[in-house]
Design a protein around this ligand. Structure first.
Ligand SMILES: CC(C)(COP(=O)(O)OP(=O)(O)OC[C@H]1O[C@@H](n2cnc3c(N)ncnc32)[C@H](O)[C@@H]1OP(=O)(O)O)[C@@H](O)C(=O)NCCC(=O)NCCS
Length: 135
């Protein structure tokens, strides 16, 4: 498995991968936003490849107060082999090294498998409610 950072030109492939993984494409997933995210978060926007192509993605963000995880996804035939957990731990370690004390993430409330995955990785369900607004 070859893990590298997002590069300009990866946008079409990662969006197709996310759609195939059941991840909704949302504001912030266009090429310009992904490139800006990668630039602001060096070492945290990870893509894993095997001989079949893109096998997993994981985006870590650090805003100076909180770490954030987005779009952790593993190709269906590679699931339950530890790849998702490995990428998450890599990002957590890099966030720790930047001084990040806490990581947040959002799970859609119909995604029971993802909730199990996050629990298995030491995450606890928050009691907060998300609010949002498109600009
Ligand atoms: C969630 C996802 C990223 C997990 O990736 P993965 O590489 O399969 O996860 P891991 O192999 O590291 O799993 C670690 C542990 O998490 C738990 N887990 C993972 N997937 C699970 C599932 N479908 N059901 C129950 N528990 C699960 C298990 O405890 C697992 O350990 P085990 O296999 O020894 O039992 C993957 O299922 C996926 O891409 N799902 C679609 C996209 C998605 O929903 N992403 C999350 C958005 S919040």
């Amino acid at each position: 498995m070859d893990v590298r950072e997002f590069r300009a030109g990866d946008g079409v492939a990662v969006r197709a991968f996310w759609e195939a993984s059941g991840i909704r494409i949302r504001p912030g997933d266009d090429d310009r936003s992904l490139a800006a995210f990668a630039e602001r978060n060096p070492g945290l926007f990870l893509l894993a490849f095997d001989d079949q192509g893109l096998a997993a993605t994981a985006l870590g963000g650090w805003d100076g107060r909180r770490g954030w995880l987005y779009h952790v996804a593993v190709r269906a035939d590679e699931r339950r082999h530890g790849l998702g957990g490995r990428l998450v731990r890599t990002i957590e370690q890099r966030l720790r090294e930047r001084g990040c004390p806490k990581v947040n993430l959002i799970v859609w409330n119909d995604n029971a498998a993802a909730m199990e995955f996050w629990k298995a990785n030491g995450y606890t369900r928050a009691t907060t409610v998300e609010f949002e607004k498109e600009l």
